[in-house]
Design a protein around this ligand. Sequence first.
Ligand code: ADP
Ligand code: MG
Length: 310
Amino acid sequence: MKLTIALGGNAILQPGQNGTAEEQFHNVLSTSKQIAQLIAEGNEVVITHGNGPQVGNILIQQDKAKDDVPAMPLDVCGSQTQGFIGYMLQNSLHNIFNELDLNKNVATVVTQVLVDKNDKAFQNPTKPVGPFYDKNHADKMIEEKNENWIEDSGRGWRKVVPSPIPKKIVEAPIINDLVRNGEIVIASGGGGIPVVEKDNKIHGIEAVIDKDRAGCLLAQEIKSDIFLVLTDVSNAYINYGQEDEEALKEVKVKEIEEHINKNHFGEGSMKPKVQAAVDFVEGGGRKAIITSIENVLEAVHGNAGTRIVP
Ligand code: ADP
Ligand code: MG
């Protein structure tokens, strides 16, 4: 079967960790061990991943060093995270394949994702990026660079950028070629590098595409059988965090849509995952799964996780 796997932030960096290379390698290795099991079972696998903390750290580096080396814009920083997270996955998977005697190659494709320049998200930037600053810094950036900044629940000021809807994976044809050749591909990290088309050219913009949405599009463009969203909880729940919470197991699209409408899923956390899963199945996908990295194998076998079916 052809699987597209979207890895959440904690597959690479866990809450409370600083983000050293060692920590990230360590997390990526245990994630890769799970994914390798699926590959060993004969599945074709394309991997995508989040990049929130990583791009945040790179933005801090840009800011602190800007008097010595030029700061890079957000699209370039995003491409850097695709490269280094891709490298960590490639390195880990390579070594595991070796151990398992699996004859597979793995490559990362730096991926641009086309968005509509008239997307209404550009009128209303909502996605916080980078570290917290004080009000003076925010005012200065609003004044000098025409940026958008918001006060984030008493913790300080953060820059916000638009989060447009992904329309097309620019590198989809080459990703498909690699998959057809039986190779493992890492693509569209951090939701992809957002680009818009103008005068027959594409160029990077300052925006962040939701990685679950972009993952769904990637899964569709490579015609995956299953779209997997891996995060830090084993299931999507209804009444989450309450005494009567209930883990969803195998659910039909119609049923989970009712749960979305009743606001059972956290805005900006579980809701985009459930919505992406629904979009995949409604677009003709066979099954979407939301589960934790530890449960991925059992979930593909139909024995764990939240499995959304037509
Ligand atoms: P990721 O980094 O994998 O994208 P998120 O933090 O964005 O992870 O989303 C996963 C989180 O969603 C869980 O840790 C959980 O706290 C939260 N969440 C909100 N609503 C629900 C729900 N109904 N069921 C399960 N988890 C939920
Ligand atoms: Mg998230």
